[in-house]
Design a protein around this ligand. Structure first.
Ligand SMILES: Cc1cc2nc3c(=O)[nH]c(=O)nc-3n(C[C@H](O)[C@H](O)[C@H](O)COP(=O)(O)OP(=O)(O)OC[C@H]3O[C@@H](n4cnc5c(N)ncnc54)[C@H](O)[C@@H]3O)c2cc1C
Length: 448
């Protein structure tokens, strides 16, 4: 019987395993180093914040794997030999495979800062990081101040986590505004305000220079490029992640930033595939990034590769970009492409609306010449994925999106609706006279 080995039990690896099992009787082994069982990495923060226990973020019962004949091995793969079709776990255990799926995820970036390996300095990626955070920052007596370095999605999560335990946080962000390499300026500025309202000491355009040690090898302070020394007991390093592929150097598997794959998620070596955060697309897929470290793309790649290894070779087709996140209590969603002021082209125009009092806003991106709708970001308004997918497929105009915006709204009943104000602002900025359509369930579900 064909033996499929999957390295990594994250969302990408376990999705591949589950779908291979659905499609076939093949022998399946998952080898992974971090935990015995798959857990939801995106929910780690809720464990620290006390909303859930670690057990609650394991989507499958422990017996699920044996029941589905998926063999789990806890161990670190140190070498892969694609010619002999074998790999080594730890120092000596050799496993033979017929097909190999690499799903080893990411690792947190470290940029060689002096002091980055001191006690009390850590990232937030793994279960071990969560456990370490309980040691480094159980409360505000042990951790009197934390400094977080790197203003992305994980940095703001860590800030929220620590502030739920009343630990004062200083947040060093290299950019002019929070996450403004991704968000348009209006949104990035709104999130700056929101962070500060949560009593986070946000330092924009500020870089870490060095982390100072006490006489026991523990971090005691950071020095910034503004010449300041900030005393702290924890330094959270959250300046992004990189594919976790170091162990494959010299294996003969082509690497770029990640494991290089084609549209079928195949590497240069026969019967070796890569999926999830560690995969790098060799061929661009539209405007998508070559490495996409997000949950749902890992799941989609897992489903796709399962088809291919089971004989139905299909290309990876992620469709329109979408994503969601949370900035403290503000929900963020994005559909299609809305580039930041720093990264957008001349052709991409933005209509931005912000609520006069509350932290609610949206940005609609459209093509200057044709007004074709390109994408939308919303903060504090929940939208329907299928509706935006359809409008993007149908290449609707921004005017159409504004007219029918009510169809896309997915906020629960009794939430305040903002379409009228949004449309009034749009009409006044664009010189249009669009009247809002009435919500129609028939239209919303027409093609589903
Ligand atoms: C705190 C946090 C919050 C996040 N929030 C969101 C969110 O809200 N939305 C979103 O879309 N994404 C989010 N992400 C990103 C998302 O979690 C990742 O994109 C996703 O988990 C990647 O899945 P994966 O299966 O590719 O890899 P991983 O989940 O990283 O799993 C890979 C596994 O392989 C193991 N491994 C690595 N190398 C080896 C080896 N050589 N031998 C054996 N095992 C190995 C690793 O230890 C790891 O357990 C978040 C990430 C973090 C850290």
């Amino acid at each position: 019987m064909e033996h499929i080995i999957i390295i990594g039990n994250g969302i990408a690896g376990v999705t591949a395993a589950r779908h291979i099992r659905k499609l076939s009787d093949k022998q399946i082994t998952i080898i992974s180093a971090e935990t015995d069982y798959f857990f939801s990495r995106t929910a780690l923060m809720y464990v620290y914040m006390g909303h859930m226990k670690f057990e609650h973020i394991k989507p499958y019962e422990d017996g699920f794997w044996a029941k589905n004949r998926i063999n789990l091995i806890r161990g670190y793969v140190t070498q892969v030999d694609p010619v002999k079709k074998e790999l080594i776990v730890g120092n000596s255990r050799i496993f033979q495979y017929d097909k190999l799926i690499i799903a080893t995820g990411s690792k947190p970036n470290k940029f060689g800062w002096p002091g980055q390996d001191l006690h009390g300095v850590q990232g937030l990626y793994s279960k071990q990081d969560l456990d370490l955070l309980e040691v480094n920052a159980p409360n505000n007596q042990v951790c009197r101040r934390a400094v977080i370095v790197g203003g992305g999605l994980i940095g703001i999560e860590l800030a929220e986590m620590l502030s739920t335990r009343n630990i004062p946080v200083t947040f060093l962000v290299r950019e002019k505004n929070f996450w403004d390499g991704v968000l348009p300026q209006g949104e990035a500025k709104m999130i700056n305000e929101h962070i500060q309202e949560h009593h986070i000491d946000l330092r924009l355009e500020t870089n870490l220079v060095e982390i100072l040690s006490d006489d026991k090898g523990r971090a005691r302070a950071v020095v910034t490029d503004k010449g300041e020394t900030i005393a702290c007991d924890l330094v959270g390093l959250t300046p992004g992640v990189t594919p976790n592929v170091g162990f494959l150097e010299n294996s003969g598997i082509n690497l770029g930033r990640g494991v290089l794959v084609n549209r079928f998620l195949e590497t240069n070596q026969p019967d070796v595939y890569a999926i999830g955060d560690c995969a790098e697309q060799g061929e661009a897929i539209g405007k998508r990034r070559a490495v996409e470290a997000v949950w749902y793309t890992g799941r989609m790649m897992g489903e796709t590769v399962a088809q291919t290894v089971c004989g139905n070779r299909i290309p990876y087709n992620p469709g329109h970009w979408f994503n969601s996140a949370k900035f403290f209590d503000i929900e963020y969603q994005t559909y299609g492409w809305v580039f930041s002021d720093r990264t957008k082209t001349e052709e991409e125009q933005h209509f931005h609306w912000r609520h006069a009092q509350e932290k609610i806003c949206l940005t609609v991106a459209y093509e200057r010449s044709s007004r074709r709708f390109l994408g939308i970001n919303t903060f504090g308004i929940r939208m329907r994925h299928e509706v935006f997918d359809r409008w993007l497929n149908e290449e609707r105009s921004a005017d159409h999106v504004m007219e029918y915006l009510v169809d896309a709204n997915f906020d629960p009943e009794f939430y305040h609706r903002h379409e009228k104000q949004i449309l009034a602002d749009y009409n006044s900025q664009m010189g249009t006279k669009i009247r809002p359509a009435r919500k129609s369930l028939k239209r919303i579900f027409q093609h589903n």
